[in-house]
Design a protein around this ligand. Sequence first.
Ligand SMILES: Cc1c2[nH]c(c1CCC(=O)O)Cc1[nH]c(c(CCC(=O)O)c1C)Cc1[nH]c(c(CCC(=O)O)c1C)Cc1[nH]c(c(C)c1CCC(=O)O)C2
Length: 343
Amino acid sequence: MAEPKKLMRALAGETLETPPVWMMRQAGRYLPEYRATRAQAGDFLSLCYNPELAAEVTLQPIRRYNFDAAILFADILLLPQALGADLWFVTGEGPRLSTVTSASDFAKLKGADDIHDRLGPIYETVGILSKELPSETTLIGFAGAPWTVATYMIAGKGTPDQAPAHKLKAEDTKTFDALMDLLTAGTIEYLSKQADAGAEVLKLFDSWAGSLSGDDFDKYALTPAKRIIAELKSRHPDVPIIAFPREAGEKYIGFAKETGADCVALDNSVQADWAAGYVQRDGCVQGNLAPTHMVEGGQPLIDETKRIVKAFSGGPHIFNLGHGITPEADPENVHVMLEAIRG
Ligand SMILES: Cc1c2[nH]c(c1CCC(=O)O)Cc1[nH]c(c(CCC(=O)O)c1C)Cc1[nH]c(c(CCC(=O)O)c1C)Cc1[nH]c(c(C)c1CCC(=O)O)C2
């Protein structure tokens, strides 16, 4: 039997001498080779739907940095598109979608089982990667969590405060709940097919979980994650799941236990020492270097990286950033970070 991969060992609860490491958005615009392949594909969405080129950009950061994990190159907004929403990206601004703000908009969407034709190329990318990745590298598949995906579908774009989604939730709870149920079911089908195609770990991105307070957090972040994880665990018992309820603050405590996640990813607004005490006691944590360090570099990057490694050294830990690496980051700083972790 082959040695278990480092990332899988951490996810199984093992405390390792040096943590495995990867970065959110590791395939992205800070890399010149990514920009070249994206130009070859034409645009971002054409790149997502081209299995050869999507696999190529997934592999680029692995070749450059030998990360312990590769994350499938795709986007959380491909699921709404497969459900029938229009989706396009405006350069310099971000995603745009046709909106869902009424029962009649909702009625036009497809069912959770009707997504696979459209998402076929994504499963093909996973298949290529599971053959081409180095044997020690773990392949991570992912989807957005229902609340985060719903915020984009309702507003038709990214919003600073998710106000349109909060408004629909308050004023037409029936339609909002129906959308959440459809996204929960669709996410299960989407992630399950990624696992069938060869994804070894699945990650659920709830980037806007922090804007849900009180009971809303339980109803719309915790409960859907619990449903998704329970169903995936019954279909794929050996596939660990990482949950990322970004900016959950105190609600990170107990999140893994409540939802059945094998690991929680921490954003950089929480202190590593605090999280080591209150969150890591339940199992593996991932995070949580501020992405700005990858732009600024220097001694603060080295000091902060070492501080995080040390804070989490008493338990299972996957080193990562607290959010995605930005286009302004210096690719050389990734080597500086890796040297500080791996020595
Ligand atoms: C909210 C969200 C989205 N997408 C995603 C999230 C959740 C994580 C987070 O909070 O960032 C997740 C995502 N998006 C992308 C990945 C691929 C894997 C990876 O390397 O992490 C992953 C895991 C590629 C991408 N997704 C996007 C890019 C940049 C597109 C480009 O090349 O022009 C990449 C590499 C575009 C995107 N996609 C999305 C937005 C808001 C934007 C525009 C903002 C931006 O440009 O960074 C939706």
